[in-house]
Design a protein around this ligand. Structure first.
Ligand code: HEC
Length: 159
């Protein structure tokens, strides 16, 4: 009987702990959760062009393709770009696929709009986190705050 009570208490504790974790909204925006969305979400390439590599000679990453989830893509009403002075809506997801010379993706750099500001991250396809969304993103923001006034999305300035 004693063990049965202990067992029941243990189950209750386990269930309530799991619930607490599931309720934490930040978990949906962890590095790995966002990598899952990168892999499984539905995206559209910049200017509807999945073929062309952008040179990436101005930024720190190298040749890339750029894709947007539906929420982000729908905001690009100025010839495929975000209109000057506008902000991307919450839930916008921008993924920069960075390629090596052999047509393989070596790194994802991404921006996810959450609660009015961007989460910034870099993660490899093998799940190695190079720049966690939990880190202070000032390095990213400082460089992305160049003229253009399109919500820190620099590609719109150059391509
Ligand atoms: C030295 C300047 C610089 C730094 C630092 C930098 N970026 Fe960028 N980033 C750029 C430029 C310029 C582009 C677009 C053109 C290119 O890549 O050549 C770009 C493009 C991007 C894009 C595609 C969307 C866009 O804005 O065009 C993402 C996503 C991105 N960077 C994420 C990051 C993250 C995350 C960090 C920090 C870990 C970061 N960047 C740091 C300069 C920078």
């Amino acid at each position: 009987m004693k063990y049965l009570i202990l067992f029941v208490v243990l189950i209750i504790v386990l269930i309530s702990c799991t619930k607490k974790v599931a309720k934490d909204p930040n978990l949906a925006y962890s590095d790995f959760a966002l990598l899952d969305s990168i892999n499984m979400g539905s995206f559209t390439y910049y200017k509807n062009d999945p073929a062309t590599f952008l040179p990436g000679t101005i930024g720190p990453h190298g040749p890339y393709k750029l894709r947007f989830n539906k929420t982000g893509f729908n905001a690009l009403t100025d010839n495929g770009k975000l209109p000057v002075g506008k902000s991307m809506p919450n839930g916008s997801f921008i993924v920069k696929d960075i390629y090596d010379g052999n047509n393989e993706i070596t790194l994802y750099a991404f921006m996810y709009k959450y609660s009015g500001s961007w989460l910034w991250g870099e993660i490899k396809p093998n799940k190695e986190v190079l720049y966690s969304v939990y880190r202070n993103p000032s390095t990213c923001i400082n460089c992305h705050s160049q003229t253009g006034n399109r919500d820190l999305v620099t590609t719109f300035n150059f391509h």
